[in-house]
Design a protein around this ligand. Structure first.
Ligand code: GDP
Length: 299
């Protein structure tokens, strides 16, 4: 918990200081509520979530003397309530032999790093994990994944630059099966500038993969960079139109005051949040815990 709060300290600083800057103790009137609402919106909680939080505060405290601490507690409790239903770890079922997870997201969002972190996490749990370098378009992405494979002791299935990503996914499942792997994490391309091409590529990956394993992928995890703020919403929309996104991982929550976007995403899409990234290292992945996150967001 301490490490989680440390990682998120910058997320919380802005909201907490913001609330205290508005007041420390005073009567909760329209003016204060308006300022608080602006603060929530500025912290990326989104217009709807912010309005809901203010509505709740108004209902329970309007006209009363309140302290900044009290307001923080009310917000934290409400945010925890919103986040509770989406806090769901990835449920890996090794009996699927292997459980196949397709990892999607825009380039730079932290896909490869997240795969490395997940590999480390599940290996520590005693699972046999394999990785597939499905972003065959970028030599650097393949190289990155190979480094993560070495670091975590997980085999990486890769092909030369420009190879067919769908064929690679097929081969990866075959190899993972043959090796008796429990979990196969497949990286994908994230070139959003050419959506039609990306759609074709992902559709083909799914089609070809399902020839060898009709139930795959068992999860499709969308990785989002929390520092992009409101842009995260459009990324969810785009990827939901390309693939059946089953859950999210939000990255870079260490280096931003944008943790609020997670709350807005939870309320808008209701997609499970499996984990959060709070750094660049293998151990910088945290299970997503609603109450802890809400508390750290509000300091
Ligand atoms: P990809 O293109 O989506 O595969 O993105 P990468 O995994 O290569 O990550 C892009 C950059 O973000 C790299 O420099 C990573 O080290 C960095 N990164 C990824 N996750 C996190 C995180 O949780 N926190 C921080 N601070 N950096 C991260």
């Amino acid at each position: 918990f301490r490490r989680l709060t440390q990682g998120l300290s910058r997320s919380s600083a802005k909201l907490t200081e913001g609330i205290s800057a508005i007041f420390t103790k005073r009567k909760l009137d329209d003016e204060v509520l308006e300022e608080l609402e602006e603060l929530l919106i500025a912290a990326d909680l989104g217009v709807k979530t912010s309005a809901d939080l203010i509505k709740h505060l108004r209902k329970t405290r309007f006209g009363k003397d309140v302290t900044d601490q009290e307001v923080r507690e009310v917000f934290a409790a409400e945010i925890a309530r919103i986040l509770e239903p989406v806090a769901k770890p990835l449920a890996i079922d090794p009996s699927r032999g292997p459980h196949v997870v397709l990892v999607v997201g825009v380039n730079g969002s932290g896909k490869t790093t997240t795969i490395g972190k997940l590999a480390q996490f599940y290996r520590e749990q005693g699972l046999k994990v394999m990785l597939a370098a499905g972003d065959t378009f970028r030599a650097a992405a393949v190289e990155q994944l190979r480094i993560w494979g070495d670091r975590t002791g997980c085999p990486v299935i890769h092909r030369p630059e420009g190879a067919d990503a769908a064929a690679l996914a097929y081969d990866a499942i075959a190899e993972a099966r043959a090796a008796g792997a429990d979990l196969l994490l497949i990286d994908t391309a994230g070139r959003l500038h050419n959506k039609a091409q990306l759609m074709d590529e992902l559709a083909k990956v799914l089609r070809v993969m399902q020839k060898i394993e009709p139930t795959a992928p068992h999860d499709t995890v969308l990785v989002l960079d929390a520092t992009v703020g409101q842009n995260a919403h459009s990324q969810v929309e785009v990827f939901r139109n390309l693939v059946k996104v089953s859950g999210l991982v939000l990255t870079k929550l260490d280096g931003t005051a944008k943790g609020g976007v997670l709350v807005a995403l939870a309320e808008k899409f209701g997609l499970p949040v499996h984990a959060i990234g709070v750094g660049e290292k293998a151990e910088d992945l945290r299970p997503f815990a609603a109450e802890k996150f809400a508390q750290s967001l509000l300091g």
